[in-house]
Write a protein that binds this ligand. Structure first.
Ligand SMILES: [Zn+2]
Length: 417
């Protein structure tokens, strides 16, 4: 192969404070014992590194150590998540998976010549297009395809520029390429995805996962909000478009969808699972902040000083509500009136704190507002620094038990097992 290949099923996992890689990897071992190989990918974006004050080398070191300690023999990867041209550099020596984020270029005009050349190269995109496994053929005219090309070509060109930059510094056989367009307002339709894939093939990017924006809300750390039937149709059409594009444009046979902000979207795991089973397609699903929440739950569950620290983090997060929420405004829905006062939380028992934060929708004490606030509140723990890290080590048993339970029971099992 002329590029490093990604396994059929892979799960992106986040480990903000680089303390849970072993607990996380244990769950992939459990899945493998059940006969399903899921490839772990430790992802961390530049934004997370900057917020925490960590460096990409630490993600690599934590992953390598866990793999070594548990003697994991299958592939694993370290993802430079949501990188751009100006942020990719420091990831280059440590990552073997690059998520090229070009969402900011969507909708910015490309020059007319560029769009015209694209249309001339792709007459097959105009007219009636029948795609296996999609009931209704796409019907398009030149003006429509031109509008789509105008909307996405600059983003694809930018993906090409970033890909080639990475490839100048790294042998293509040593890394995996993902292109992400999810952090934008409007979902991409299946016909748009086809145009994007044709353009990515023109740029000679060996893209193995593509992250479109789906309809509905993918809020951080809580369940999907949207029309489930619509989501399932969208997913299934995208999967069909990808299978078609692999053949039509000679894209990597391993190309598959990547679902971002995928943690805790319990209501779409059923549709995802059905679609994978029916189509035989692969999937990359990214989770990230949910492990940090399990750390907090573990601290609270351990009681004593762990619980006190968890309450301190909540109090400080509440104090800095606006500042913490601002960068995540489009991916959280917090009603401030549903957030209990710090004094009230300070009276909570260990069980009450755990019930409020743990993502168990059947539990009446579960509070999605508290959960979302803490989700974006990792900066507070980063500021607390070594005191937080020592607490993680002191409460390691409770923390790793919760990290594993969440990843295995609530994610790997419903999705893949
Ligand atoms: Zn994303």
């Amino acid at each position: 192969m002329r590029f490093l290949t990604l396994g059929r099923y892979s799960l992106g996992i986040g480990d903000r404070f680089a303390h849970q890689a072993k607990a996380q990897l244990e769950t992939f071992i459990l899945a493998a014992r059940q006969g399903v190989d899921v490839i772990p990918v430790w992802n961390k974006s530049n934004r997370e590194h900057v917020t925490i004050g960590s460096a990409p080398a630490s993600t690599r070191a934590a992953a390598d150590q866990a793999v070594e300690a548990l003697n994991w023999q299958k592939p694993y990867h370290v993802d430079a998540d949501h990188i751009r041209f100006d942020t990719v550099e420091r990831f280059l020596p440590h990552a073997d998976f690059f998520t090229i984020d070009v969402a900011d270029c969507i909708g910015k005009p490309t020059d007319d010549g560029n769009a015209r050349r694209f249309l001339d190269r792709h007459p097959e995109l105009i007219g009636k297009l029948s795609i296996p496994d999609i009931q209704e053929p796409f019907r398009t005219d030149r003006a429509q395809v031109e509008r789509v090309a105008q909307k996405y070509l600059l983003a694809v060109t930018e993906a090409g520029r970033i890909y080639r930059h990475i490839n100048q510094k790294k042998d293509a056989r040593t890394f995996i390429t993902e292109v992400s367009m999810d952090e934008t307002d409007q979902p991409q339709t299946a016909p748009e995805l086809l145009v994007i894939l044709a353009a990515l093939a023109d740029e000679c990017i060996p893209v193995q996962t593509i992250a479109p924006k789906f309809s509905g809300r993918f809020n951080k750390g809580v369940d999907y909000v949207g029309d489930l039937a619509k989501f399932e149709k969208e997913l299934s059409d995208d999967v069909a478009v990808i299978a078609f594009a692999i053949k039509q444009y000679r894209l990597p046979p391993t190309l598959k969808l990547s679902v971002h902000s995928g943690s805790d979207k319990f209501s779409i795991y059923g549709p995802i699972r059905r679609t994978l089973k029916r189509s035989g397609a692969g999937l990359h699903l990214k989770t990230a902040g949910t492990t940090w929440l399990e750390e907090l739950i573990g601290l609270a569950e351990a009681g004593d000083s762990g619980l006190v620290l968890a309450k301190e983090i909540y109090a400080k997060a509440l104090e800095h509500l606006d500042e913490l929420c601002a960068p995540y405004a489009s991916v959280i829905d917090i009603q401030p009136t549903k957030l209990p006062a710090a004094e009230a939380v300070n009276r909570w028992s260990s069980q009450q704190f755990v019930s409020a934060v743990r993502h168990d929708q059947a539990n009446k004490e579960f509070n999605p507002h508290v959960r979302q606030l803490l989700h974006v509140g990792y900066k507070i723990a980063a500021k607390i620094g070594t005191r937080y890290l020592s607490a993680l080590e002191e409460c390691e048993q409770a923390v790793s038990r919760n990290v594993m339970l969440n990843l295995y029971e609530r994610h790997l099992k419903p999705l893949f097992l």
